[in-house]
Design a protein around this ligand. Structure first.
Ligand SMILES: [Zn+2]
Length: 317
C-alpha cells in the first residue's frame, strides 16, 4: 500500500524528564544466535535517532540474527509489512494495538482498520497478527468493549491466515485467558512481554502457549516473573526486547534496541542455571517453529525505500 506521507509511520517515544537518552554500549556477542521476536523499530528514541538498518546491523554484530517488527496501528502495520518485504533480517506482525482501539472505535473506523489488517496479514513475510489483546492499565472501562471486539477479530484473522498471534496483556491476565479459551486460540499463540506468575505459566503450558520474556525479567523487583520462567517448559520460551521500551539491566531506563537482547538472554540462562548458548539454540529453534525461518520467503528489491526516508530519522516525528 503506497503511503502518501513517507514519514507517516514514524513514532517518537514520549520522553520523561531527566532520563539518560544515550544508547548503551554493545554487549559481548552471543556465540549462538537468537531472534528478537518483538520490537518497534519505527519508534524513535535516544538523543540521536537510529535508522532501522543500523539497528539491524548492530543486532547482527552481537548475534541477534533477526527481528519481528511489530505494528500497532494502520500506519505502523503498513510500514512493518512493507519494510519486511525488502529486509532479510525483518519479518512483520500487524495489528491495531488494544490501546489504539478506542480511538478507531470513537472515529467509527475500527471495522475498516481491522479489514485492512486482514489484508496486510496476507502479505509475504507477515508472520504474525499482533500486538493485540487487552490492556486494562492504560484503557479504562469505557474502552473495553472495543478492545474485546478488536481482540476477537484479530484472533480470527490469525487463525484464518494460519499466522502466529502476539498478545499484549496488561493487567488483564484472566480476561485474556478466558477470551482465548472461549473463542479458541490460534495454533501458535505468544504472550509478548509475558508478565504472569508461576500459576499463569502453568496455564500457558497446559495450552501450549508461548511465553516471550523481555528485559523486565532482569529487573530486581521481578521475582514472580523469574518464578514463572523457572516453571515454563524450555520449548515454550521466546525472548524479545519490546524496544525502545523495557531496557534490560544494567541499563534500565535508557533507550532499548534489539542489540541489547543478549543481556536478557544471559539473565535468563543464569536464572535457569544453564549455558547461554544452549538456551539461545533452544529459543532460536522455538522462534523458527512459531514464525518460520527468516529466509523462508525471499525479499524483493527496495525500489521505494531510499535510505534516510524509511527509518525513524530525527526531526520527522
Ligand atoms: Zn510492543
Amino acid at each position: 500500500m503506497a503511503n502518501a506521507d513517507p514519514a507517516a509511520h514514524v513514532r517518537r517515544r514520549e520522553q520523561t524528564k531527566g532520563r539518560d537518552l544515550s544508547y548503551p554500549p554493545l554487549p559481548e556477542p552471543l556465540v549462538v544466535g537468537v531472534y528478537d521476536n518483538h520490537t518497534h523499530l519505527e519508534i524513535a528514541d535516544g538523543e540521536n535517532s537510529i535508522d532501522f538498518r543500523e539497528h539491524l546491523d548492530r543486532a547482527s554484530s552481537v548475534g541477534v540474527r533477526g527481528v519481528i517488527q511489530v505494528g500497532g496501528d494502520l500506519e505502523t502495520s503498513r510500514w512493518s509489512a512493507e519494510t519486511a518485504l525488502h529486509e532479510p533480517r525483518m519479518l512483520a506482525a500487524v495489528a491495531i494495538h488494544p490501546n489504539e482501539t478506542p480511538a478507531y472505535d470513537a472515529a467509527g473506523t475500527l471495522d475498516d482498520a481491522i479489514a485492512e489488517i486482514d489484508e496486510l496479514a496476507s502479505r509475504p513475510r507477515v508472520v504474525a497478527v499482533g500486538e493485540t489483546g487487552l490492556d486494562f492499565f492504560r484503557t479504562g472501562p469505557e474502552g473495553r468493549a472495543a478492545q474485546y471486539r478488536s481482540f476477537e477479530a484479530h484472533i480470527e484473522i490469525a487463525k484464518r491466515h494460519n499466522l502466529a498471534l502476539q498478545i499484549h496483556d496488561r493487567d488483564a491476565h484472566a480476561e485474556v485467558i478466558a477470551t482465548l479459551l472461549r473463542v479458541g486460540a490460534p495454533e501458535r499463540t505468544v504472550f509478548h512481554c509475558f508478565s504472569g506468575d508461576a500459576e499463569m505459566a502453568r496455564i500457558c503450558t497446559e495450552n501450549g502457549w508461548y511465553m516471550s520474556f523481555a528485559g523486565t525479567v532482569t529487573f530486581k523487583s521481578a521475582g514472580d516473573l523469574r518464578e514463572a520462567l523457572a516453571v515454563a517448559p524450555r520449548q515454550l520460551l521466546l525472548a524479545e526486547t519490546d524496544a525502545p521500551f523495557l531496557t534490560p539491566e544494567p541499563f534500565r531506563g535508557r533507550p532499548n534496541a534489539p542489540y541489547l537482547l543478549p543481556h536478557t538472554l544471559r539473565a535468563m540462562a543464569a536464572h535457569l542455571e544453564t549455558d547461554v548458548s544452549l538456551l539461545a539454540a533452544q529459543i532460536a529453534s522455538n522462534t523458527e517453529l512459531v514464525y518460520g525461518r527468516w529466509d523462508a520467503e525471499p525479499v524483493t528489491a527496495p525500489h521505494d525505500l531510499p535510505r534516510g526516508d524509511a527509518g525513524p530519522v530525527g526531526g520527522l516525528a
